[in-house]
Design a binder for this molecule. Structure first.
Ligand SMILES: [Zn+2]
Ligand SMILES: [Zn+2]
Length: 134
């Protein structure tokens, strides 16, 4: 697999990933909804790929909810989610939306459907616009 690249919204952080992403989960749990401000998190996982920060590593903040494994790495300037390591560094977690490269795999599954938002169902069926509503 070619190297994948990603960045944050302000452009202060850029990274590349060398190696294969193994899984892709959409997590609807209440923590991921708070974390992203959205219906679900969309994270890619790898136990073998290498993450290299190209610029901006110093402007990353990582927050872990006390007594849990839920952590979130983000740009201190613009708040964008950026990759981080979990499980004592053994698991690389990459927010799918932070990648500038095409995501090479499709989501494997939705997780924590039992905690999904009450408005989160049949979303593909609503009105849709190419950009803003005209
Ligand atoms: Zn940023
Ligand atoms: Zn979750």
């Amino acid at each position: 697999m070619d190297k994948l690249t990603g960045s944050c919204l302000c452009g202060g952080i850029r990274y590349e990933i060398d190696g294969s992403l193994e899984s892709f989960y959409l997590c609807h749990c209440h923590r991921c909804r708070k974390d992203t401000g959205s219906a679900h998190a969309a994270n890619l996982f790898s136990t073998t790929a290498t993450l290299n920060w190209l610029i901006g590593e110093g402007q990353i903040t990582t927050y872990t909810i006390p007594s849990t494994r839920h952590s979130r790495s983000f740009c201190r300037v613009c708040g964008s989610a950026v990759p981080g390591a979990q499980m004592d560094g053994k698991l690389l977690v990459v927010p799918a939306g932070s990648l500038d490269s095409e995501v090479p795999i499709k989501p494997d599954a939705h997780l924590f459907i039992s905690e999904k938002a009450n408005w989160d169902s049949h979303l593909e069926g609503g009105p849709a616009f190419d950009t803003l509503p005209s």
